[in-house]
Design a binder for this molecule. Structure first.
Ligand code: HEC
Length: 124
């Protein structure tokens, strides 16, 4: 699913997260996000250093009571497909492992805790 829906902008032509992070603006201008077409690069957006970014982007808005993440739309062409693919990602991560928190606190959002991270059942 990730390859199908995300690799066009997060594939082999994309920089590593760290490289992308040094110059986000110029990569964004080319519609390139950080590389996520392999397991270890993908997990950097779940666990560390881009903790919770996968969940923040893909959330349907129900976890925050606000707007959906800006990549929720990338999960599918129809609401049914988006809901199905979101459920798939959540199931893969494990029960209670849908963490939107960052590694460090920002604004009113606290940093992720070890308890939250320990709920991630996908291996890493
Ligand atoms: C049309 C191109 C495009 C597609 C398709 C796309 N993305 Fe992105 N993505 C981007 C761009 C450009 C950025 C950087 C701009 C931004 O932050 O929104 C980004 C940012 C992200 C980030 C934030 C990274 C960080 O640490 O800040 C995550 C996570 C992400 N995308 C995941 C996904 C996933 C998962 C999919 C597939 C379901 C996907 N993207 C599909 C272009 C895309």
């Amino acid at each position: 699913m990730i390859t199908q829906k995300c690799a066009a902008c997060h594939g082999a032509g994309s920089p590593s997260y760290e490289e992308w992070n040094l110059d986000r603006k110029s990569f964004e201008a080319k519609s390139l996000g950080p590389r996520m077409d392999n397991y270890s690069d993908l997990m950097r957006h779940v666990v560390w250093p881009a903790t919770g970014s996968l969940a923040r982007r893909l959330d349907d808005g129900k976890s925050t009571g606000g707007k959906p993440g800006n990549h929720y739309a990338a999960l599918g062409a129809t609401e049914a497909e988006r809901a199905k693919n979101l459920a798939l990602v959540k199931r893969w991560l494990g029960d209670g492992a849908w963490n939107l928190n960052r590694w460090e606190a920002r604004d009113n959002v606290p940093a992720v805790t070890k308890e939250q991270l320990s709920k991630i059942k996908a291996k890493y």
